[in-house]
Design a protein around this ligand. Structure first.
Ligand SMILES: Cc1ncc(COP(=O)(O)O)c(C=O)c1O
Length: 397
């Protein structure tokens, strides 16, 4: 089938909630994707920070195939070996001692909110998030998301979610009250335009949590699993959470989310308090084991960091060349952004469209930046090819 045949069927069948690029992808390998008409794309989106080892990484494909031939699903009424292996690896390499598996980032955050509430035995229930945050599309995660555009049309939202101004510790402190049980933040906000939290700010948030006996939840759904140049973003910041959520790159494209926490906090979730039929599916977990083992190989994160610096530097050259459109770069590891001027913001969507037409996939995040989140296995040649096309695109505006 061609692109247009697939799109025609798609338009007839689906709810219209997605604004998709007008192509159907049929194949992927590493940082390349191919559409149904045979056109190739250089992927600097990775399925929105999901396919971090690239498309069809051999270790992941092998793990999926082997597990699929053995056992696909039994539910959490039983133990399975891939689940245990992945949970043990996450425990071994993070602050956490206990894991809960879900199927998505939103579900992992829902689990975190439920845990924070039930752990507060004095009935505290309010969670404070930060302006600009993104935590998912279920009602509670929408309520926690600090961007009003995601709330519109879905009110009344579940009670118990407050949003603090970004970067202002005093304002956050002033919002803490006798009902607050947790603060949730992304160490680096992805969806609102690649906005890192200053270390001092994060330290201040940790202090507030300690002072008021609140749980600090890190949403590392987007920036966890190697994206910022270490397995978890918090490792580079030196500020540990009490709960952390993961999803996206955890199984390189199979649906898998996780909530990580400590022994003491985990005790509050007794049998029957929370569950997921599919969560921790053996095939997804087998993929997750392959992902984490590949990322922990010697030199993997050094490569992510050096290619991240190279990407940032290459984007910096675009700032020099096109000051009318771009005014800076920001990011960590391989989540990098070209910050657009107000003129650039006005045509952000058009720049993305022009890149797409020339075979580069990127996106316009937070109405502020062009976001580049390639597979972590991206090469310097891939970066050079992408930047050459970006250069050509920007020259046209
Ligand atoms: C930081 C963050 N949290 C949560 C989510 C929601 O994840 P999912 O779409 O898997 O529910 C996202 C998705 O973009 C995200 O970026």
């Amino acid at each position: 089938m061609t692109n247009s045949e697939i799109i025609k069927q798609s338009e007839a069948a689906f709810v219209g909630n997605y604004a998709r690029f007008p192509v159907a992808m049929i194949e992927g390998q590493g940082c390349k994707l191919k559409d149904a008409d045979g056109k190739e794309y250089l992927d600097f989106l990775s399925g929105i920070a999901v396919c971090s080892l690239g498309h069809c990484h051999p270790a992941v494909t092998e793990a999926i195939c082997q597990q699929a031939a053995k056992l696909v699903h039994v539910s959490n009424l039983f133990h399975t070996a891939p689940q245990v292996e992945l949970a043990s690896l996450l425990v071994e390499h993070s602050f956490a001692e206990r894991i809960f598996f879900a199927n998505s980032g939103a579900e992992a955050n829902e689990a975190a909110f439920k845990l924070a509430r039930i752990h507060s035995d004095d009935g505290r229930y309010e969670v404070i998030s930060l302006e600009g945050s993104f935590h998912g599309r279920t009602l509670a995660t929408v309520a926690a998301t600090g961007q009003p555009k995601f709330h519109q049309g879905f009110e009344p939202l579940p009670a118990g979610f407050l949003c603090a101004p970004f970067g202002k510790l005093e304002a956050l402190a002033a919002m803490i009250n006798h009902k607050t049980c947790a603060i949730i933040c992304e160490p680096l906000q992805g969806e609102s335009g690649v906005r890192p939290l200053e270390i001092e700010y994060l330290k201040g948030i940790r202090q507030l949590c300690d002072q008021h006996e609140l749980l600090l939840i890190y949403d590392e759904v987007q920036v966890g699993m190697g994206r910022t140049g270490s397995l978890f973003a918090y490792e580079q910041l030196g500020v540990k959470p009490d709960i952390m959520t993961l999803a996206k790159a955890l199984a390189n494209g199979l649906p898998l989310g996780a909530m990580l926490t400590t022994d003491v906090i985990a005790e509050s979730l007794k049998p029957g308090t929370h569950a997921s039929t599919f969560g921790g599916n053996p095939v997804a977990c087998a993929a997750g084991v392959a992902v984490i083992k590949t990322m922990l190989k010697k030199g993997f994160f050094e490569q992510v960091n050096s290619n991240g610096e190279y990407l940032a530097k290459s984007l910096g050259a675009m700032v020099q060349k096109y000051p009318r459109l771009a005014c800076g770069t920001r990011g960590a590891g391989l989540i990098q952004a070209l910050i657009l001027t107000s003129t650039g913001v006005g045509i952000g969507g058009e720049i993305v469209q022009s890149l797409f037409e020339q075979g580069v996939l990127a996106n316009f995040a937070g109405n502020a930046v062009l976001r580049f989140i390639p597979p972590l296995v991206v090469t310097r040649e891939d970066i050079d090819s992408m930047v050459a096309i970006l250069d050509q695109s920007l020259a046209g505006f």
